[in-house]
Write a protein that binds this ligand. Structure first.
Ligand SMILES: NC(=O)c1ccc[n+]([C@@H]2O[C@H](COP(=O)([O-])OP(=O)(O)OC[C@H]3O[C@@H](n4cnc5c(N)ncnc54)[C@H](OP(=O)(O)O)[C@@H]3O)[C@@H](O)[C@H]2O)c1
Length: 334
């Protein structure tokens, strides 16, 4: 079968679409004939070795996938053959719902990747695809929507009516956070480096946007918003100093990425006098994934797709994500 393989951890030039063996099915697994996958920034970083605990190359990339169950391993009812499924993008969360176990990881490193014609996954991780979504739309969901869901609801406990700030709204995770929060009835404020992206976010329901390339957003945010209850931040190094002053009493700041720098200064009196909580979040467990899918189904939420590529064009898709990515997810039809 064809798969997008990272041959060596030496950047995008080491990625190749090539023939690999069809995965062998173990007890409790299903073999999914993949119909669509989507890209995340993590695939680019994996090619550069910028993840802890990198497994040795070669391996197949991709952690988002949807498809049709083609065959089942021992112990899985054959009636599941033919089911359209969306795959939980991670493995080995462990027992504690508060945080993942040391063995936790995502598909596409260290697990098998989804940018391939087939994948073998635990039957419990192949959930019903929302049937109002196309394969491409559903493939946009797994990692980005799960990360946004857990960050906003499991970690921050966002409520309808609260004021939420999302940084870097052009990102895939941020975009799902915007869609979820708008459907919930929160008041959403966003930042971006692009005025065009800000306009698209406002069209999706954001109340106002701030271009982070213009430092005056620091002063504009408290005036325009009247204070922020929850922040969902993938770039705290570039953002925290600009929104810290605007945080309300009891605000929750959830950090899910480190775009724009690994550290950020926190004003200690602001933190303790306002009783602010800063939390980190990492992907999500199977319960978060199930709850996210239930919300998507209930609200009939349609992911925004920036551009579609075929499997044969998947290397081009990765270059597009790196150099020219716009607003929404980059999807690969398989
Ligand atoms: N914790 C987790 O479980 C988890 C899961 C997935 C991803 N992540 C992390 O989340 C981050 C985003 O991932 P993604 O897949 O959504 O990436 P992506 O779709 O490629 O988005 C990256 C976005 O970062 C924004 N950005 C760049 N510089 C910024 C700055 N100075 N201030 C604010 N925003 C800035 C940009 O937003 P604009 O285009 O609007 O300027 C850009 O679109 C990455 O750090 C990734 O590693 C974490």
């Amino acid at each position: 079968m064809k798969a997008l393989v990272l041959n060596a951890i030496e950047g995008l030039d080491s990625v190749e679409l090539k023939d690999v063996a069809v995965p062998a099915l173990k007890a409790g697994e299903v073999l999914v004939a993949l119909k669509a996958a989507s890209l995340n920034h993590r695939e680019l970083w994996i090619t550069l070795g910028q993840y802890p605990d990198m497994v040795p190359a070669p391996f197949t990339l991709g952690c988002d996938g949807v498809g049709v169950i083609e065959s089942v391993g021992e112990g899985v009812p054959a009636v599941r053959i033919g089911e359209e499924v969306i795959i939980y993008p991670a493995q080995n969360w462990g027992e504690d719902p508060r945080f993942p176990a040391p063995e936790f990881g995502c598909l596409g490193m260290p697990g098998p990747g989804t940018i391939a014609e087939k994948i073998a996954v635990s039957a419990a991780h192949a959930l019903p695809k929302p049937n109002f979504l196309s394969f491409e739309e559903a493939a946009a969901l797994p990692l980005a929507a799960l990360t946004a869901w857990r960050g906003l609801f499991t970690k921050a406990g966002l409520k309808a009516g609260e004021k939420l700030l999302i940084t870097g709204i052009g990102g895939g995770v941020a975009m799902f956070a915007l869609q979820f929060a708008v459907k919930l009835g929160a008041q959403v404020f966003v930042t971006s480096g692009s005025d065009e992206t800000l306009a698209k976010a406002i069209a999706l329901g954001a109340k106002a946007g701030f271009n982070y390339k213009d430092e005056s957003w620091r002063k504009a945010l408290p005036k325009v918003s009247g204070g922020i209850d929850v922040v969902f931040d993938g770039a705290p190094g570039a953002s925290y100093a600009n929104y810290g002053r605007a945080l309300n009493m009891g605000a929750r700041v959830v950090v899910y990425g480190s775009t724009g720098g690994f550290t950020f200064p926190v004003h200690a009196p602001e933190l303790f006098l306002k009783n602010i909580n800063i939390a980190g979040t990492n992907v999500g467990n199977l319960d978060d994934f199930t709850a996210m899918l239930a919300f998507v189904n209930e609200k009939q939420l349609k992911p925004v797709i920036d551009r579609k590529f075929t499997l044969a064009e998947s290397i081009e898709a990765m270059h597009y994500l790196k150099d020219a990515h716009g607003f929404g997810k980059v999807v690969i039809t398989i």
